[in-house]
Ligand binder design. Structure first.
Ligand SMILES: [Zn+2]
Ligand SMILES: [Zn+2]
Length: 424
């Protein structure tokens, strides 16, 4: 029997963590954090000593808590090479932020070092034997660099854990590789189990048109963007659009992450295009550079994507009354974050004070997640006996499980936090 305990990402997006037990083997799938209003939420602590851990990809909601496992356990951590490099940046950054804010994290710098002593780099389509009767294989998930869909084999039974994935092609990634043999069980991310995204090509086109309109009016464009994936994608899209005479600046952690994208060109599509785009970009490395970037007409791609701190706050305050310029949001804004506040109330919180932003705000749906129709298409293709809907808000996963049953006739459920699912 396969037993799966939902430590997080059950009826919610964030703090992914699933602890699987099969005979004498245990495997933890992902172990992340949830960025909630004014705080961090952590997954449930796994029982006993964790011996094996598989990371789907390096977003904080999947990798953020891995070093904390090393307070008690010494698991072998299986992950792709880009995932390790990016996770390292994110872990170090989490420690830095905690230090600056005077808060405590449940792990130390030593624990990050511990991960490096226990990692096992995995390539796509490489069969890894964990125990006599347990093995797994990873497939490109098309979500961010190094992201993976994992197929696990437990004796005669198999299970696919999708992590976050996307079927549609984007500027940096081919769609996910879902050409995987039918599993018995499927654990599927359901972030957008309730809707479809507009076509990526259309979003890109509308985005570029709006950038050009703003520049034509003499305004600048401020682009708050996630450090992992979105910053690099926007830089490439802007470069391809060949916007002349207006400099493009890249600020924040997206710079470091871009170097990792360049270090692993085989993990992205047409890496020469990103390379060229990065060559044309101005890197912002000091406060002086920042002041220069806002003095003249410019396009600025900067962290934090949800406007929770980072250099974007400097630019926002400088440009807040500039009605000729625009701020374009290009990612999901978690309720309660500054990005959400900006989007819904045209205000942001700066050190406890709400300030008005007169600069116009527009949102573009550049999601790195799969939408409802493609989710159902994947389920039909994989045709499992049972689907477990995870990584989605409560109502979304419940409704999506019902939709799966109605549309495909396949059994589906959406576990709650702490639930244990038993699969024969
Ligand atoms: Zn993700
Ligand atoms: Zn996620």
């Amino acid at each position: 029997m396969i037993k799966i305990k939902a430590l997080g990402a059950a009826h919610e997006v964030g703090r992914s963590g699933f602890h699987i037990n099969f005979e004498n083997t245990d495997i933890l799938l992902d172990y992340g954090v949830k960025i909630a209003e004014d705080s961090m939420e952590y997954p449930i602590v796994p029982e006993g000593i964790v011996k094996h851990m598989i990371l789907s990809h390096s977003h904080l909601d999947h990798c953020g808590m891995i070093p904390a496992l090393f307070q008690k356990s010494r698991p072998t951590v299986y992950l792709t090479a880009p995932s390790l490099d990016i996770a390292d940046i994110l872990w170090e950054d989490s420690l830095k932020i905690a230090r600056l804010e005077g808060t405590m994290l449940p792990f130390s710098k030593e624990n990050i070092q511990d991960v490096f002593g226990h990692m096992n780099i995995v390539n796509y389509k490489q069969n890894i034997q964990i125990a006599d009767n347990v093995s797994f294989e990873m497939f490109d998930a098309g979500h961010i660099i190094g992201s993976a869909i994992t197929k696990l084999q437990f004796g005669k039974k198999s299970l696919i854990y999708t992590g976050d994935f996307k079927l549609e092609e984007s500027s940096l990634h081919q769609g996910a590789d879902i050409d995987i043999d039918s599993p018995n069980y499927l654990m599927i991310e359901s972030t957008y189990g309730d809707r479809d995204h507009p076509k990526r090509k259309d979003v890109e086109k509308e985005f570029i048109e709006n950038v050009k309109l703003t520049l034509d009016k003499g305004g600048s464009v401020l682009l708050p963007a996630f450090a992992v994936g979105r910053s690099q994608e926007l830089i490439e899209i802007l470069d391809k659009a060949a916007i002349k005479d207006v400099p493009i600046f890249l600020d924040g952690m997206g710079q470091k992450v871009a170097q990792i994208y360049m270090k692993y060109p085989g993990f992205i599509k047409e890496s020469f295009k990103l390379k060229q785009a990065l060559n044309n970009v101005h890197y912002v490395t000091s406060q002086e550079d920042r002041k220069k970037a806002v003095q003249k007409q410019s396009i600025i791609v900067t962290t934090a994507g949800m406007l929770e701190g980072g250099p974007v706050m400097f630019y926002l305050q400088k440009k807040k009354n500039d009605v000729k310029s625009n701020v374009f949001l290009t990612g999901f804004q978690m309720p309660g974050t500054n990005g959400d506040l900006l989007q819904t109330q045209k205000k942001v919180d700066v050190d406890g004070t709400l300030i008005d932003i007169k600069m116009p705000v527009k949102k573009f749906d550049f999601s790195a997640h799969i939408g409802k129709a493609d989710l159902l298409r994947s389920i039909n293709q994989w045709n499992p006996e049972k689907v477990i809907c995870i990584h989605g808000d409560g109502k979304v996963v419940d409704d999506f499980a019902k939709t799966i049953k109605q549309d495909t006739g396949i059994d589906a459920q959406a576990p709650k936090l702490g639930d244990i699912i038993k699969l024969d």
